[in-house]
Design a protein around this ligand. Structure first.
Ligand SMILES: Cc1ncc(COP(=O)(O)O)c(C=O)c1O
Length: 378
């Protein structure tokens, strides 16, 4: 049987109970289960605010839009970001007509604070940090830098559901943290996300803006059993909120998140052990200051594309996270500005990591990897 990079696992029967409840109540939209999940997420992470959305992509856009509105950002103001990410991170900056300024990464594949500092100009408004694979890299130094330079820090925590720093869930020291519950993330749903501002006024504004700018959502207007039609629209907003079907899935998956991440960490340490003497494989260090969610297990190898071909011949399908975004047309203006990210992105492979993977599968993956490296002269 093929071994794929990601395979989600769902607690089907338990989830169906929640979905049935929505259908029987006649409430599948915003409110009801979305409120319950927001409360559960705040309790789980310790973050003060959480607003449930249809994806992380819209959450990043909403975060930048909220800061833009409240701080009078102008077109072409600059956001420092990473070239090693899913394009959502950088597209969100473009949606607001802000300019992505790419800083380089360090050996953890996360942004290097020295490179960030070198890219700060009078137009810089914020740093968008991606915790790639659940790793924090030098994130604490980035928090310090943003404080010192008075920059907003937005954490793209798409991979970080269940990443802890000490005994605290990540996000407490960012201005805004955005999670993803997309179908193959650590907390998979169908598609969904969460935006967590540390400022209650911004959370309130984001709630309005995710519901077209309307100042009272339908669920609020329905409370007390009688539907009240009147509302105001202070701003032009978006249709970005999540719904009760997505939240029903999320509520169940959250119960298993820590346990699921424990298994991911076990897989990662098995890979670490199996690869410890393989000098042709460079492993990506995960900071020992964090307990990583281990969304990804990434390595660097020479002749990456040939090694991938060898994997495919064994019906093993790893991933690549990510192509240097400056290779893509919308970001080509910055091509070559981050040499480390550019070089690493040529060699990156994400080994399969998910809850259906057995230890035997991991051994087969490593055997295929080592064979592939040997066969391609690595
Ligand atoms: C680093 C990163 N940022 C943002 C996203 C976007 O998440 P979503 O699919 O929930 O919009 C992803 C999803 O793949 C991601 O990996």
């Amino acid at each position: 049987m093929a071994i794929n990079v990601f395979v989600p696992s769902f607690h089907v029967d338990e989830i169906l109970v929640g979905i049935r409840e929505c259908l029987e109540k006649g409430w599948t939209g915003l409110g009801f289960k979305t409120v319950e999940f927001e409360e559960a997420w705040k309790k789980y992470t310790g973050l003060p605010h959480a607003h449930f959305l249809s994806s992380n992509t819209v959450g990043l856009h909403l975060a930048l839009h909220v800061y833009g509105l409240t701080r009078n950002w102008r077109d072409d103001d600059e956001i420092i970001t990473t070239p090693l990410t899913f394009v959502s991170t950088n597209h969100a900056i473009m949606y607001e007509r802000l300019k992505p300024v790419f800083a380089d990464v360090d050996e953890s594949l996360c942004l290097d604070p020295k490179s960030i500092e070198a890219r700060i100009t009078p137009k810089t408004k914020a740093v968008l940090f991606v915790g790639i694979g659940g790793n924090i890299g030098q994130y604490p130094a980035v928090v310090e830098l943003c404080k010192r330079k008075n920059l907003i820090l937005i954490l793209d925590a798409a991979h970080m559901s269940g990443t802890y720093v000490g005994d605290r869930h990540v996000g407490f020291d960012a201005d805004c943290t955005v999670f993803s519950y997309q179908a193959v993330k650590n907390l998979p749903t169908s598609d969904a996300g969460m935006v967590c501002f540390n400022d209650g006024n911004l959370d309130k504004l984001a709630r309005e803006l995710s519901w077209l700018g309307i100042n009272k959502d339908t669920y609020q207007r329905f409370q007390g059993g009688a539907y009240k039609w009147r509302y105001d629209v202070p701003n032009v907003g978006f249709k970005y909120h999540g719904n009760s079907i997505q939240a029903s899935i999320a509520l169940v998956q959250l119960k298993y998140l820590d346990q699921d991440n424990d298994r991911r960490r076990q897989i990662a340490s098995l890979y670490d052990t199996l690869l410890k003497d393989a000098s042709s494989v460079k492993r990506i260090p995960h900071s020992d200051r964090c307990k990583s969610s281990r969304h990804l297990y990434q390595i660097l190898v020479k002749n990456r594309d040939l090694v991938l071909q060898h994997f495919y011949s064994k019906e093993i399908y790893p991933g690549v996270h990510y192509v240097d975004n400056t290779e893509y047309q919308p970001y080509a203006y910055a091509h070559g500005s981050c040499p480390r990210a550019q070089a690493m992105s040529q060699e990156l492979i994400t080994l399969p990591i998910h809850l259906k993977l057995t230890d035997e599968d991991c051994r087969a993956v490593v055997a295929a990897l080592l064979e592939g490296i040997k066969a391609t002269g690595g």
